[in-house]
Ligand binder design. Structure first.
Ligand code: CA
Length: 498
């Protein structure tokens, strides 16, 4: 009897230990809910935007760490997503354009979800994780990597199937690469991102029934990517057109701004009147709020199903976006608005609630961070840093910089721009300075309106940052040489002199 009682007590203790360890990701094999939006800049309430209505992303930020200076590797869907999901810069995975995937260049490399999958996680994708042509590829696998996932779901809503004839576009017949928008009469559930959220709930319900197997669920929303199609009610109604901001046009930039810095401007954007600019901004904000509601729906499901205590949540975007700043629209610039991304990480038992990390970090850092939190082994050549020290102490310094690159021109005339972000400065060199340099002081000029690169009083800062951006760019290439596939496709070797 005593023995039985003793056994019962021991079992109770064991059960309690299990319960407590289950309340923290200190427990082995945490789940990962990886949420990514497409073409979303930092127009979010939690980042201080004065207009954005994003209550669901804001409450997610309040649960963990908000990275205030997070940057993509390359401000374009395909290169950015491949960099994030391989943990390698574009110069190392070979993906510097859309419509390519790293299996063409480094086929043996294990992606972030694949690493979890190999370690026994149920890895699933809903919507856009690798590159898709939007909207044409919605409802298909896009440029997906099948080895990354055990399950893939590709819902399509009225925005893809029915409403394209109604969409306003600057370039007739085109929707994804050009500015285009539509206030839809259909509600959330009819739209692709609403269906993605519904599918995520369905997958989470099934994961909740098999809690002995962890999951890596990646949910890729298509909005606010063009066409900015979202339900008119309530989202467009939240942003009265007359209240939308306008910026000076591209020809009003000061002469100190190099032409390459403005190289993402498209001639078709000359068609934009002030009225169209306001409608465009309204539609972009509406699409953000619509996507925000779908994020809320997925996170609510996680909570409702009792999964949140052992689930790491990541929310980010593939790159930033211009809505008229510097006279620019969309992506492919190295200004802050295009290079910067939102990044929220909630890791129960690790992250303090509502904390803000200000040290610059990169999308490259997500792979080593999630691998460390999950206790899974990564490829040895990852180029980012684990953010776990910053998750535990958001005041930690980390690497202290982030590198973003982009291309200009094509063929033999193609050249790179490299931009380094430090806590205070953004410093950019176009074609190693031959096509211009830029220096912006974020302590005094957060909108990057005054290029200080030509100012003699900043010569020492420029010399230091020039050496640092070149050193950072060199680290974006593989340490152990380059594969032939990459040599064929891309500029090689780099000519990054000191
Ligand atoms: Ca994108």
């Amino acid at each position: 009897m005593n023995l039985t009682r003793h056994l019962r007590a021991s079992l109770l203790c064991l059960a309690l230990v299990t319960v407590f360890s289950g309340s923290s990701i200190a427990a082995a094999r945490p789940n990962v809910l990886f949420l990514i939006s497409d073409d979303l800049n930092n127009y979010l309430g939690c980042y201080g935007d004065p207009r954005a209505k994003t209550p669901h992303i804001d409450r997610l930020a309040a649960r963990g760490v908000r990275f205030d200076r997070a940057y993509c590797a390359f401000p374009l869907c395909g290169p950015s997503r491949n960099a994030m999901l391989t943990g390698l810069y574009p110069n190392s995975n070979g993906i510097l354009a859309n419509a390519q995937i790293f299996r063409q260049t480094i086929p043996a490399h294990a992606s972030l979800p694949q690493t979890f999958r190999r370690a026994g996680w149920f890895a699933a994708r809903i919507g856009k994780l690798y590159h898709y042509n939007v909207p044409r590829s919605i409802g298909t696998d896009g440029h997906d990597d099948p080895a990354s996932w055990e399950l893939e779901l590709n819902p399509a809503g009225v925005d893809r199937l029915d409403e394209e004839p109604n969409i306003f576009t600057l370039t007739p017949g085109q929707f994804g690469g050009t500015l285009s928008w539509y206030a839809s009469p259909k509600d959330d559930a009819h739209h692709t991102d609403g269906k993605i959220a519904a599918d995520a709930e369905w997958v989470l319900e099934r994961c909740a029934k098999q809690k002995d197997r962890p999951f890596f669920l990646a949910v890729g929303f298509f909005r606010p990517h063009t066409p900015y199609v979202a339900p008119k009610t309530p989202y467009f109604n939240w942003y009265p057109e007359a209240q939308m901001p306008l910026h000076p046009t591209v020809d009003q930039n000061p002469p100190e701004v190099p032409a390459a810095a403005l190289g993402s401007y498209k001639k078709e954007q000359d068609k934009l009147t002030d009225a169209l600019r306001r409608q465009c901004v309204q539609a972009y904000y509406a699409s953000i709020s619509f996507m925000d509601a779908q994020v809320g729906r997925v996170v609510d499901a996680l909570d409702r199903l009792g999964l949140a205590n052992n689930t790491i949540i990541v929310f980010t975007s593939d790159h930033g976006y211009h809505m008229g700043e510097h006279g620019l629209w969309q992506k492919m610039s190295l200004f802050e608005g295009s290079a910067r991304v939102p990044l929220l990480i909630v890791a129960p038992g690790v992250t303090p609630r509502g904390a803000v990390a200000k040290s610059p970090v990169s999308h490259l850092d997500l792979y080593p961070t999630l691998a460390e939190l999950g206790g899974v082994t990564t490829p040895s050549n990852l180029q980012g840093q684990s953010l776990v020290p910053l998750l535990k102490d958001p005041n930690a310094q980390g690497r202290g910089w982030a590198l973003t690159q982009v291309t200009r021109g094509s063929g033999a005339k193609r050249f790179f721009g490299y931009s380094l972000r430090t806590p205070r400065w953004r410093y950019t060199e176009w074609d190693e300075g031959r096509a211009g340099t830029e220096l912006y002081d974020h302590d005094n000029d957060p909108r990057e309106l005054a290029n200080l690169a030509g100012k003699a009083e900043h010569a020492a800062t420029i010399a230091e940052l020039s050496a640092r951006v070149r050193a950072a760019a060199r680290t974006s290439f593989p340490a152990d040489g380059q594969t032939p596939a990459i040599r064929q496709n891309f500029l090689w070797p780099p000519n990054l002199t000191d």
